[in-house]
Design a binder for this molecule. Structure first.
Ligand code: NAD
Ligand code: DAU
Length: 338
C-alpha cells in the first residue's frame, strides 16, 4: 500500500512513520511536510536510505503540490499536518485557519479528485471544549463540539469538513480525536519536553496558574497503534476517541512525577501566569476498545521513564529547538504585558 502522511516530520507523524514501516515494511510512505518550526528532519534521518520512504517538502494549502503527490498512486492519506500549539494560536490565530482549515480542505478536495482516496484525519480532544473541575465527565464520540482556543476551533472546523466530504462526496473517511500525546521527538515548546529539558539544564519548571488543570496523557506509540487499528479495522465514516489513561493527571501531579523520576525536588517548580481559556481534558476510549479491541500499553510512569531517558540521550536532537522555544515564550510573555 502507498500511504501519504502529511506532517510526518513533526512529533506524532515521525513516530507514526517509524511505527508503520517497522510493522509494514512492504508499504511505501510519502511524507509531505512544509518543515515549519515544529518539524525536525533529524527525526527521520535513519530512513533516508529506505527505498520505501520518500520525503516531499510542500504546503498542504498548495493545491498543485498536493495534487502532484496525491496522483502518484496514493491509496491512503493519514493527515497529521497542522499548526498544533495552543499558545501559538493565541499569538497568531490566522495561521491556524490557513493550515488547519484550508490545508485540510485542499487535501480532501485532492483525495476526492483522485478517485476518492481513503482519508484518515488526526484530530484532538480539544474540539470538545473543557471539563469542569470536580466533574467525572469524559469526552466521547457523542460529546458536542465546544472549542475554546483558535487552535481547537480550527481543528473542529477541519473535522466538520472531513465529515462533510464523507457525507456529500462519499469520500471514505475516518477521524480520531485523541488526548495529549507524549514521547520522543516532541518539540520542547510543549509542556512535558519543556519540563524535562529545563530540568536537564538546571532551570525551573514553569507551571501555568496553580497547576490544577488536568490532562489524559497518551504515549505516542499507543497513539500510533490506535491509528493503525482504525485504519485497518475502523468503520468508514466513523469517529473514534483515543485516550491514554484510566484516570487523568493534574499538571502539578505530572510535574512532581517528572521531578521525582529525574531525582529533583519541588523547589524547581515556578508558578507563572495562567493561559487564557485554559481547558481540562479526559477522554473515554470505550468505543475503540469495545468495537476494535484497542487498548494502551503504557502507564504514565512507564511512558515518562522512556521519554526522560530519550531526552537525556538525545540532546543534539532538541538543543536548537529548545533555544527557539524559549525565545517564543519570551516573546509571548512580552506581548501579554502590553
Ligand atoms: P507538530 O506541531 O509536532 O507537527 C506538525 C507537522 O506539520 C510539522 O512537521 C510541520 O512542519 C507540519 N506542517 C505544519 N503546517 C504545514 C503545512 N501547511 N503543510 C505541510 N506541513 C505542515 O504536531 P503534532 O503534535 O505531531 O500533531 C500532529 C497532529 O495531531 C495535529 O493534527 C494535531 O492537531 C494532532 N494532535 C496532537 C496532539 C498532541 O498532543 N501533540 C494531540 C491531539 C491531536
Ligand atoms: O489535548 C490534545 C492537545 O494536547 C493537542 O491537540 C495539542 O496539539 C497539544 O499541543 C496538546 O495541547 P495542550 O495545550 O494540552 O499542551 P501543552 O503542552 O501546551 O500544555 C499541557 C498543559 O501544561 C496545559 O495544561 C498547559 C500547561 N503548561 C504548558 C506549558 C508549555 C504549563 O503549565 N507550563 C508550560 O510551560
Amino acid at each position: 500500500m502507498k500511504i501519504l502522511v502529511t506532517g510526518g516530520s513533526g512529533f506524532i507523524g515521525s513516530n507514526f512513520i517509524h511505527y508503520w514501516l517497522s510493522r509494514h515494511p512492504d508499504d511505501e510512505i510519502i511524507n509531505f511536510d512544509k518543515l515549519t518550526y515544529a518539524a525536525n528532519p533529524e527525526s527521520l534521518k535513519d530512513l533516508e536510505s529506505n527505498s520505501h520512504y520518500q520525503f516531499v517538502q510542500g504546503d498542504i494549502c498548495d493545491e498543485s503540490a498536493v495534487d502532484s503527490v496525491m496522483s502518484s498512486g496514493v491509496e491512503l492519506v493519514v493527515h497529521f499536518a497542522a499548526e498544533s500549539h495552543v499558545d501559538r494560536s493565541i499569538d497568531d490565530p490566522l495561521l491556524f485557519v490557513k493550515t488547519n482549515v484550508i490545508g485540510t480542505y485542499t487535501l480532501l478536495n485532492s483525495a476526492k479528485k483522485h478517485g476518492n482516496i481513503r482519508f484518515h484525519h488526526i484530530s484532538t480532544d480539544e474540539v470538545f471544549g473543557s471539563i469542569d473541575f470536580g466533574s467525572n465527565l469524559q469526552f466521547s464520540e457523542e460529546t458536542p463540539y465546544d472549542p475554546s482556543s483558535p487552535y481547537s476551533a480550527s481543528k473542529a472546523s477541519s473535522d466538520h469538513f472531513v465529515r462533510s466530504f464523507g457525507k456529500t462526496f462519499g469520500l471514505p473517511i475516518t477521524i480520531t480525536n485523541c488526548s495529549n500525546n507524549y514521547g520522543p521527538y516532541m518539540n520542547p515548546e510543549k509542556m512535558i519536553p519543556r519540563m524535562i529539558t529545563n530540568i536537564i539544564d538546571g532551570k525551573k519548571v514553569p507551571v501555568y496558574g496553580k497547576g490544577e488543570n488536568f490532562r489524559d496523557w497518551l504515549y505516542v506509540t499507543d497513539h500510533c497503534s490506535a491509528i493503525e487499528t482504525v485504519v485497518n479495522k475502523g468503520k468508514i465514516g466513523e469517529t473514534y476517541c483515543i485516550g491514554g489513561l484510566k484516570e487523568t493527571s493534574t499538571n502539578i501531579d505530572l510535574v512532581k512525577r517528572v521531578l521525582n523520576l529525574m531525582g529533583k525536588d519541588e523547589s524547581q517548580i515556578e508558578f507563572v501566569t495562567d493561559r487564557p481559556a485554559h481547558d481540562n481534558y479526559a477522554v473515554s476510549w470505550e468505543k475503540l476498545h469495545n468495537e476494535l479491541g484497542w487498548e494502551p500499553q503504557e502507564t504514565l510512569d512507564s511512558g515518562l521513564q522512556k521519554m526522560i531517558k530519550w531526552y537525556q540521550e538525545n540532546e543534539a536532537w532538541w538543543r536548537e529547538a529548545k533555544t527557539e522555544a524559549e525565545a517564543f515564550y519570551q516573546r509571548l510573555a512580552a506581548s501579554r504585558q502590553k
